[in-house]
Design a protein around this ligand. Structure first.
Ligand SMILES: N[C@@H](CCC(=O)N[C@@H](CS)C(=O)NCC(=O)O)C(=O)O
Length: 294
C-alpha cells in the first residue's frame, strides 16, 4: 500500500511560540498532512531538534516529502502554496492575493512594540497591561490595514480577504495577544479577534498549548487576570484510572490508558496529552464530540 507523503514540522511550546502557531496553521487550516515535532523553547531540546532541520535556527521549520528543508514562516507559506495550489493558502483572485501577501509580509516584518510588550501566552488573559504608546500605534496600524484589506477585497465575513487565507494565519497570534492582554481595539477588529478565538484550528492549537508542558517563567506577567474571552470550555476534568465508556481512544483507536470526566460520564484516551488537550477544550475536537454525543 502506498502512503501519502507527509511533511515534518518542528515547533516550540504551543502556548508561547507564535511563529510555530503560524507554521502549524499553514498545514492544519488548509488540510495538508503533517507530522509535528515539538521542542521546549529555551532548553537543549530546541537545538537538538533543529539539528535534524539544518540549517534552520528557529521554529517553525519544515521538511517537505522530497527532503527540502524550509524555515521562515513566510517562506513556508509561499512554498506550501506553490506545492499545493488547490489548498487555498492565498486567495485566488490576483488583487486579493496581492493584498493578503502585503498583510502577511507586514506582519512578518513589523509590529515590534506589540510583539515585545505582549509576547504570546495562550494560557492566561489579563484585565490590562498598560500598553505603551508604541503598542497603541501598532494597534492603530493593524486596524487601518485590516479595514483596508476588507474594503479592497469586499470581504464581509470573518476573514480579511474573503475565505480564511495565509493573511489570517499571520494575524492569529496577534488576535491572541489582543485577547490575552485585553488590548483596546474597535468593534470591527474585536469581531476579527473573536473569529480567530472561535476558529477550530486555533482552538485545537490553544487546547494543546494548555496541555503542552509547564508554564515558561519568561512569559509570566503579574497583571490582574480575567476569564479567557474566547469560547468557554465544557467542564471536563482529568480523573485517575482507566475506567471509561469507550474501550479505545477516539483519536488513535488504541486501548484507553487515561480518562476524563464530563457530565458525570467517563471517557478514555490512549495518552495523557490527548486526554488533557480534550479537557482543555472538549468542543474543539470533533472526534471526541462524536463520542460524547453517542
Ligand atoms: N522569522 C522567523 C521567526 C521564528 C522565531 O523567532 N521563532 C522562535 C519561536 S516563536 C524561535 O525559534 N526562538 C528560538 C531562538 O531564537 O533560539 C519566522 O518567521 O519563522
Amino acid at each position: 500500500m502506498t502512503q501519502t507523503p507527509v511533511y515534518d514540522l518542528a515547533i516550540g511550546d504551543r502556548a508561547y511560540s507564535s511563529w510555530s502557531l503560524r507554521g502549524w496553521l499553514l498545514f492544519d487550516a488548509f488540510g495538508i498532512a503533517v507530522r509535528t515535532h515539538r521542542a521546549r523553547l529555551y532548553t537543549d531540546e530546541l537545538p537538538h531538534l533543529l539539528a535534524d532541520f539544518f540549517p534552520a535556527k528557529t521554529v517553525p521549520v519544515i521538511r517537505a516529502p522530497d527532503g527540502t528543508v524550509i524555515s521562515e514562516s513566510l517562506a513556508i507559506a509561499e512554498e506550501l502554496a506553490s506545492r499545493h495550489p488547490d489548498a487555498g493558502i492565498w486567495p485566488l483572485a490576483p488583487k486579493h492575493r496581492a493584498i493578503a501577501r502585503v498583510l502577511a509580509a507586514e506582519m512578518h516584518a513589523g509590529f515590534t512594540a506589540l510583539r515585545s510588550h505582549c509576547p504570546m501566552n495562550l494560557r492566561v488573559s489579563y484585565t490590562d497591561c498598560a500598553p505603551p504608546l508604541g503598542v497603541l500605534a501598532d494597534l492603530a496600524r493593524l486596524e487601518m490595514i485590516w479595514a483596508w484589506a476588507r474594503r479592497e477585497t469586499g470581504a464581509t465575513g470573518d476573514w480579511l480577504c474573503g475565505a480564511y487565507s495565509a493573511a489570517d494565519v499571520f494575524f492569529a497570534a496577534v488576535a491572541s495577544r489582543i485577547a490575552t492582554y485585553n488590548l483596546p481595539v474597535g468593534p470591527e477588529a474585536g469581531a476579527y479577534v473573536a473569529a480567530h478565538l472561535a476558529h477550530q484550528p486555533f482552538r485545537q492549537w490553544r487546547a494543546m498549548g494548555m496541555a503542552d508542558g509547564a508554564d515558561q517563567p519568561l512569559y509570566r506577567r503579574d497583571y490582574a487576570q480575567r476569564v479567557w474571552p474566547g469560547p468557554q470550555p465544557l467542564a471536563a476534568i482529568a480523573v485517575e484510572g482507566t475506567g471509561a465508556e469507550n474501550a479505545i481512544c477516539p483519536y488513535s483507536g488504541e486501548p484507553v490508558t487515561h480518562a476524563l470526566q464530563l457530565d458525570g460520564r467517563r471517557f478514555g484516551f490512549c495518552n495523557a496529552f490527548c486526554r488533557d488537550k480534550t479537557v482543555a477544550d472538549s468542543e474543539a475536537w470533533p472526534k471526541f464530540m462524536n463520542l460524547y454525543a453517542s
